[in-house]
Structures are given as structure tokens and as C-alpha cells.
Design a protein around this ligand. Structure first.
Ligand code: NAP
Length: 283
């Protein structure tokens, strides 16, 4: 199978990241390992897991197999995991990162995120400080967050003096997050899109998306993923299927006209479910 060259970018701490990565939620067991290994073979380098997906072992196993097979080197991969709400706090974050690192078994965590801010618990600043301690030790390479608002990012930067490298948020044409993206761009924070395909909802059969797919001679999924690339966010589509993984990564051979990017952004209608970080908590 052909390998796709997914362009690399640099995060604000100088480390390498990519313009597109792999979501792994629900990729578990032997089938999960095989699916993740296939994706690495296709050219995926950013692998997105979390303690709460229950598949760090599988992600680590797929990475080790791909390295052993000579498909990639350890340094090619950017293994991301996330601290769950029940591990918020300085000491708890350190223990959580250590445990994730052991479960993954790939020497270090390349990018560690706070999964949800859980503002009522009010421990995300201490959690981030714990992550910075892990970074000083070398267990974690880059530190970032997920589901943070502008106000939360501002507080984190003010209180720790460190700007997170990444904020991974719900982002797709139904919820394009224009204001938050502009804030990220102004502060050097990389935007990463979760549920970039809107979880294969009716988005992929929207007349606009279908018409553009026909016009550009690509698939509806490729139109949507190319839109993410052009608005400057790293999408992490999840697919268990090697052919769909190839389809999803193959978005660097064409470009949407600016007016089409804008038209796709105008599909905005709101979140997929009630994942508002001001009220939604996950532990
Ligand atoms: P998604 O990537 O938007 O959509 C995944 C769905 O689309 C799956 O059902 C997949 O099925 C299907 N699909 C993938 N490629 C396709 C294609 N080319 N054609 C047709 N269908 C296709 O949704 P997601 O899994 O919710 O989000 C992606 C990743 O974001 C997650 O896996 C996770 O890593 C991350 N995430 C993070 C948070 C957070 O709070 N930080 C929240 C949600 C998700 P098949 O597998 O059968 O192809």
C-alpha cells in the first residue's frame, strides 16, 4: 500500500507535529492494534489516545510493532495521551503520566493533554503544573490541553507562564470554532480537531460537501478533512478500516478555493452533543 507523506509542522516548543493524525477511540484489542499499525504503515504519525479510551496498551503495541518492522523510528511517532478528570491535581497528574507512560511502553509521551478542564473541580492549573514537572523529567515531551476555552487558556498562561502547545477541541464544519482558532493563532497554540468528520453524521451527505467532492474529484470525507487542513487545524479522524485510513490521509494533493473553505465554514450550526467545557465534566 502506498505511503502518504503527511506534512509536518512545529509546535510552539519546537517539537514536530503533523497536519493530520489518527483518532483511536474505540480501537481496542487485537483488531485495534492491527488497525493502528496499518495507519502507521499508511503514514500516520500523530496517534491520539487517552487513559479513558482504555487502549493505551494497544497504541503502544502498534507503535512498537511498526518500529520493530522498520516502518518508522521512535522519533517519527507523536504519541498523544490525556489525563482524565479523576487524576486532576499536581501529584495525581504526575502519577497519571507515569502510569500512562508505563502502559504505552514507548519510552516517553510525546504530547500529554488535560482531557477535560472540569472547571467546577478547579484543579486544571495544578494538573498542568504536574505535567510540567513530567516534562522536566523527560517523560513527557510536549504539554497541552483539550476542551479549553479562551478564558481557561488565558488563566493557565497567566498562572504558569507556559503556553500549551496544543488545544484539542470539538471542531468540524458544523462547529468551526472561528473565534477560538483566532485566539490560538494569536498565541501560538496549535488547534487539533476532535470528531473532525462530525462522527460520520449527515455532514458527509450535505449537498455542499457532495457537490464540492464532485467538483474536486475527491470524496466527501476528503473535502471535510482538507477544510480542516486549510483552516489550520490538525484533524484526527478515527477509522478502523485501512482503506478509509488511506482515503482520510490522502488530502495533500489538492486545495480548496478560499470561497469554498468559507462556504463549508458557513455550515455552522453547533456542537454534536452537549460537550460544552463550561458544563460538561468527565472523570
Ligand atoms: P470522527 O473521526 O469524526 O468519525 C469517526 C467515524 O467516522 C467512525 O464511525 C468511522 O468509522 C467513520 N469514518 C472514518 N473515516 C471514514 C470515511 N473515510 N468514510 C466514511 N466513514 C468514515 O469521530 P471521533 O472518533 O469521535 O473523533 C476522532 C478522534 O478524536 C477520536 O477517535 C479521539 O481520538 C478524539 N476525540 C477526542 C475528544 C476529546 O474530548 N479530546 C472527544 C472525542 C474524540 P470506521 O472506523 O468504520 O471507518
Amino acid at each position: 500500500m502506498a505511503t502518504i507523506d503527511i506534512p509536518q509542522i512545529r509546535l510552539n516548543d519546537g517539537t514536530t507535529f503533523a497536519e493530520l493524525g489518527l483518532g483511536t477511540y474505540k480501537l481496542t484489542g487485537d483488531e485495534g492494534v492491527a488497525a493502528i499499525e496499518a495507519a502507521i504503515g499508511t503514514g500516520y504519525r500523530v496517534l491520539d489516545t487517552a487513559v479513558n479510551y482504555g487502549n493505551e496498551r494497544e497504541v503502544g503495541e502498534a507503535a512498537r510493532r511498526a518500529i520493530a518492522a522498520g516502518v518508522v523510528t521512535r522519533d517519527d511517532l507523536i504519541v498523544t495521551t490525556k489525563i482524565p478528570g479523576r487524576h486532576h491535581g499536581y501529584d495525581e497528574a504526575i502519577a497519571s503520566g507515569r502510569e500512562s507512560n508505563a502502559t504505552l511502553g514507548v519510552e516517553r509521551i510525546d504530547l500529554l493533554l488535560i482531557h477535560w478542564p472540569n472547571p467546577r473541580v478547579d484543579k486544571y492549573v495544578d494538573t498542568f503544573r504536574g505535567m510540567l514537572a513530567l516534562q522536566s523529567e523527560g517523560i513527557v515531551r510536549s504539554v497541552g490541553v483539550s476542551n479549553f476555552t479562551e478564558a481557561m487558556l488565558t488563566r493557565l498562561i497567566d498562572e504558569t507562564g507556559v503556553t500549551p502547545a496544543v488545544n484539542q477541541v470539538e471542531l468540524h464544519p458544523y462547529f468551526p470554532q472561528g473565534a477560538l482558532r483566532a485566539f490560538h493563532d494569536a498565541h501560538g497554540i496549535r488547534t487539533e480537531s476532535w470528531s473532525p468528520l462530525a462522527r460520520r453524521s449527515e455532514l458527509l451527505t450535505e449537498p455542499l460537501i457532495r457537490d464540492l467532492a464532485e467538483a474536486y474529484q475527491v470524496t466527501p470525507t476528503q473535502v471535510v478533512l482538507r477544510w480542516h487542513v486549510q483552516v489550520g487545524s490538525t484533524p484526527i479522524p478515527k477509522s478502523a478500516d485501512p482503506d478509509r485510513q488511506v482515503e482520510n490521509a490522502d488530502v495533500f494533493g489538492f486545495a480548496l478555493d478560499a470561497e469554498h473553505v468559507e462556504a463549508i465554514s458557513a455550515l455552522e450550526r453547533g456542537r454534536l452533543w452537549d460537550g460544552d467545557p463550561l458544563t460538561h465534566e468527565e472523570f
